[in-house]
Design a protein around this ligand. Structure first.
Ligand SMILES: Cc1cc2nc3c(=O)[nH]c(=O)nc-3n(C[C@H](O)[C@H](O)[C@H](O)COP(=O)(O)O)c2cc1C
Ligand code: SF4
Ligand code: FES
Length: 605
């Protein structure tokens, strides 16, 4: 108890009452103790001088915080990925094997108390699925036989179980992801070109590979031309037609201009690294292998928009990225790229890392900001948009990890592209009318060559699947994460162009560029029920159509699958989906109709 009190005091001190302090303290308790003891709730509340209800309300929103005292037992914690790519690669059979061989079920201990089973929606290791975490260590491409080997291997010793020990993830200074050269395939490689080829934690390597040239250009221009210089860069971004890579595809230049024009002493920059979409892992790969490019983009954004403070909001599952990002921030502070006097210019900007607590909906920008403000990750009503009133009601420039990296490519004075023209012109030469440049398409599931293909928008599904060497038995794809539509791999759909406009014309989304391939061995009824569980689990609950609709749809589908009142129930499902599409507060509820309608429609064919 005394030890726990001291831990909380230390964590509170380190959090400095700053942004994301509840995440910091609760993640720290989780790491040390393995769960959040009930009495820690009052201690945390006292230390931050907020109510117990606020602390409890917050922690009960997130998957990673358990107050169950049973979590204090010594046991081996097994976490299985329940999401699309792992399922396409055989996680259903693996899960059955785990449950029967160890006599386990989700949220339960084995009868001998030695094992505990939990699940996650995607570890971001989809190119090597199925992925399973045991005692905080992630294992890739796990077959039932490989799982038995893992269990044999870990039977002794038992230490610090039930929580992830960050020490397990400490990597040497010159760490380069061993898999990255396998994962990042050839393509245009505008922003992925350095991945695997430089030490991610060497500013010298980064500079030698063209890094910080855009930042130096921006600093020089702002020093000589002031606001005129800032407007120049905003116009370049607008001219490039860069669209945000987080999913919604909003024009980046307009967002930066809006924040720039807002009159406020305090403004913020946020890098959205929550990457919750199953089948998506480009943010993780970039942050682990070329973090300085993302941070360069954030500094540039801060200097142009007039913000001094930036945050990287990282999803809790990315332990290696956490270590790399923390180290990269230290490095940039020491080498003068962050701080009160960036490269001696007198200009100021700093970055801090916030690690989430396990929630898909916190990838939505307003839910994300709520959670940084120590509140449950519930979506905010819009307007006002975050660029006008975001974090703490201040103008906030929020972009996805990839968007910052593409902005750096576009604003760089270098001509490091195959045509040796300006990077801006080169970017414009790629892609389609309304989707300019390239996108790291992340392919996984029933393919022999999974990975990231950074290719111009407009590449067809057929071309991409050829590159990824899809199984001959491949039958369907889901494009754009758990809210994306499924398409059959036949006829016109194979010629579907991967661009924002083509996807939307076909009733789908491109999302963050994740593409999961299913072959004919996949159990699509299981898939449907699994995705409905995901919608129920992850709905923030703020608006009724989504909160109630998700549960009701699952109930009705279960009846349909049992062949009860099929026609009538399908009609009600359709009505609910239509209401959710039009009445939900955010893209989560309004997007549910895409997978739920397309999956049953196509998989029968
Ligand atoms: C349910 C939901 C989840 C989202 N998850 C993410 C995410 O994990 N990462 C991300 O960058 N954007 C995510 N978004 C989109 C963000 O709200 C926001 O539009 C985006 O981060 C803006 O950055 P961009 O303009 O660079 O794309 C999500 C949106 C919704 C509705
Ligand atoms: S649609 Fe769902 S996730 Fe979005 S605000 Fe409503 S309840 Fe929350
Ligand atoms: S790791 Fe399982 S779907 Fe991504």
């Amino acid at each position: 108890m005394e030890k726990q009190g001291k831990l909380i005091l230390r964590l509170t001190e380190e959090a400095k009452g700053g942004q994301g302090s509840l995440f910091y303290i609760l993640n720290g308790i989780n790491e040390e103790i393995g769960y959040i003891p009930e009495d820690a709730v009052s201690q945390v509340a006292e230390s931050l001088n907020i109510s117990k209800a606020e602390v409890y309300g917050f922690l009960s929103f997130f998957r990673n915080y358990k107050t169950d005292a049973a979590d204090n037992k010594i046991y081996h914690k097994i976490v299985v990925c329940k999401s699309e790519s792992c399922e396409a690669a055989g996680s259903k059979q693996l899960l059955e094997h785990i449950k029967t061989s160890l006599n386990l079920d989700f949220g339960k201990h084995s009868p001998d108390g030695k094992y505990f089973l939990d699940y996650v929606y995607c570890f971001g290791h989809c190119a090597a699925s199925p992925a399973v975490m045991v005692d905080g260590l992630l294992y890739e491409k796990v077959t039932p036989e490989a799982f038995d080997e893992i269990i044999k291997m870990i039977s002794v010793p038992i230490k610090n179980l039930g929580s992830v020990n960050p020490a397990d993830f400490k990597k040497p200074e010159n760490y380069i992801d061993a898999n990255v050269s396998e994962i990042v395939k050839n393509g245009e490689l505008l922003v992925f070109k350095r991945c695997g080829n430089i030490n991610p934690l060497s500013s010298l390597d980064y500079v030698n590979a063209g890094g910080f040239s855009a930042l130096k250009r921006v600093i020089d221009e702002i020093k000589s031309a002031g606001d005129e210089g800032k407007i120049l860069f905003i116009n370049e971004l607008k001219h490039s037609k860069l669209r945000g890579r987080g999913g919604a595809g909003f024009p980046t230049g307009i967002k930066w201009e809006t924040v720039f024009k807002e009159q406020s002493k305090d403004k913020y920059v946020i890098c959205n690294a929550d990457e919750g979409d199953s089948g998506a892992y480009a943010d993780r790969i970039l942050l682990e292998n070329d973090p300085l490019s993302v941070m360069e983009g954030m500094v540039i954004a801060g200097l142009i928009a007039g913000a001094k403070s930036g945050f990287i909001y990282l999803r809790a599952e990315y332990a290696t990225a956490k270590f790399i990002v923390e180290s990269a921030i230290d490095l940039l502070r020491k080498t003068g790229y962050l701080g009160k006097d960036i490269l001696g210019s007198g200009l100021e900007f700093d970055i801090n890392l916030i690690v989430g607590g396990g929630s898909y909906v916190c990838g939505e920008e307003t839910a994300l900001m709520e959670s940084i403000e120590n509140r449950r990750g519930m979506v905010r009503q819009r307007p006002p948009v975050p660029a006008v009133s975001g974090l703490y009601g201040k103008p906030t420039l929020l972009n996805n990890v990839l968007t910052f990296a593409y902005a750096v490519f576009i604003l760089s004075p270098l001509k490091d592209n195959p045509l040796h023209i300006s990077n801006l012109e080169y970017f414009l030469s790629l892609g389609t009318e309304n989707s300019k440049g390239a996108m790291p398409f992340q392919v996984s599931g029933a393919v022999k060559n999974p990975g990231i293909f950074e290719l111009p928008f407009g590449v067809t599904l057929r071309e991409l699947l050829n590159l990824a060497d899809a199984y001959e038995t491949a039958k369907m794809v889901q494009v754009g994460g758990p809210l994306g539509a499924y398409f059959p791999l036949s006829g016109e759909f194979l010629d579907l162009k991967l661009s924002y406009e083509d996807m939307s014309e076909k009733g789908g989304i491109l999302g963050h560029g994740g593409i999961v391939v299913f072959d004919n061995s996949a159990d699509m009824e299981y898939r449907l029920l699994n995705s409905l569980d995901f919608f129920i689990d992850e709905s923030c609950g703020k608006c009724a159509p989504c909160r109630i609709g998700t549960i009701r749809i699952k109930e009705l589908f279960e009846r349909v699958l049992k062949k009860q009142n099929i026609e009538e129930n399908l009609k009600i499902i359709d009505e609910i989906l239509e209401s959710m599409k039009h009445l939900s507060l955010c893209g989560f509820g309004s997007g549910v109709h895409m997978p739920v309608r397309s999956l049953p429609a196509y998989y029968k064919n």
